[in-house]
Ligand binder design. Structure first.
Ligand SMILES: *Cc1c(COP(=O)(O)O)cnc(C)c1O
Ligand code: SF4
Length: 338
């Protein structure tokens, strides 16, 4: 039944039929309601459960520790307060220039066109970000255009989240056209988790939109575990890669989900098989409510060294942390004095 939905339903109807009730999710996975310790329901009120059925279909039944489930199931530990875990760990509110715009890095300009995501990841650093007050309206385009023209160093626009691939193809086409009309913009980058959680999102209309743009298009997907990349998902992504769209992956290192070298190695191989290159491995941003995913730096070092020793260099994602106010992501590897 779930597999049927997964293959046949178009992405719009999948997006309007997300699982938002933790008890329904547990029932589908043949897990008992006691799996939700007291506090989990409150946690899900603060940051709603939201997960597509196509993604749930890849979770193992009767396994409360399934690595995909742990990323989406509200947890009572989210309610705990921990020193150093805050609501805006990256200081994004301070970097906000215009509605929907973040310009922190020299040549790149980040544009948020929607606050909506297809899935709510419990570790998300934007879980407390006030999106709704901060989206560009149609008439803001002129201000954005002005801003870009006044910053000629910017040659790449990044559509990020929310998740830009929750937008209709029509709306994406409009923004692609606007951005392509500025000579200084060479690259359009799309950061999205949708192709992983709803692979049907890569429909023919989107493929032709991206491949026919004047801009060089890069899609950065977000997959943390090889179980997320089943055959259907990989086939969709490979199809896109074959149209000359560069596809990269970023992952977040998460306790209980992918904190084993073998998992990370398998993830890199799986990505490569689908013509996707590993890009970043982020250490967790210290966002309030996500402290139970955090790892000790010793353990991170040991893990990463094992990954380095096991993979060719091109399959090793760059281990990075984002530090508020820095002009780039901060590398956490290969730092030496010479
Ligand atoms: C991560 C990020 C980028 C992109 O950085 P790359 O290192 O080029 O991937 C751009 N702008 C902001 C605000 C970011 O957080
Ligand atoms: S912005 Fe990305 S990480 Fe955060 S909830 Fe949305 S899809 Fe998940």
């Amino acid at each position: 039944m779930i597999n049927y939905l997964y293959q046949e339903k178009n992405w719009q109807s999948q997006l309007s039929d997300l699982i938002t009730d933790p008890l329904e999710l547990l029932e589908i996975l043949q897990l008992s309601p006691e799996q939700l310790l007291s506090g989990a329901i409150l946690a899900s009120e603060q940051f709603k459960l939201r997960v597509p059925r196509a993604f749930v279909a890849r979770m193992q039944k009767s396994n409360p520790f399934d690595p995909l489930l742990l990323q989406v199931l509200p947890h009572h530990l989210e309610l705990e307060e921990h020193a150093g875990f805050v609501t805006d760990p990256l200081g994004e509110e301070a970097a906000n220039q215009l509605p929907g715009v973040l310009h922190k890095y020299k040549s790149r300009f980040l544009l948020t066109l929607t606050g909506a995501c297809a899935v709510h990841c419990r570790y998300c650093f934007r879980r407390h970000f006030p999106y709704q007050e901060n989206l560009p309206k149609n008439e803001d385009w002129l201000n954005i255009k002005n801003y870009l023209e006044n910053n000629p160093d910017i040659n790449e626009v990044i559509l990020s989240g929310g998740d830009p691939l929750t937008l209709s193809n029509r709306k994406l086409a409009l923004w692609l056209e606007r951005l392509a009309s500025l000579k200084q913009i060479k690259i359009l980058r799309i950061h999205s988790r949708v192709p992983v959680v709803i692979p049907n999102r890569i429909d023919e209309e989107l493929v032709s939109l991206l491949k026919n743009s004047r801009l060089r298009v890069i899609l950065v997907i977000h997959s943390n575990h090889p179980d997320e990349l089943d055959d259907v998902t990989c086939a969709q992504l490979t199809h896109l890669a074959q149209q000359n769209i560069l596809i990269l992956n970023q992952a977040v290192l998460l306790k209980g989900v992918n904190d084993s070298a073998q998992t990370l190695i398998d993830l890199s191989h799986r990505l490569f098989d689908a013509q996707i290159m590993p890009y970043y491995l982020h250490v967790l941003d210290k966002v309030k409510g996500a402290q139970h995913f955090d790892l000790e730096s010793d353990q991170i070092n040991q893990l990463y060294n094992e990954v380095l020793a096991s993979l060719p260099g091109y399959l090793v994602p760059k281990l990075v942390r984002e530090i508020a106010g820095e002009k780039n992501k901060t590398p956490l590897y290969g730092v030496s004095t010479f």
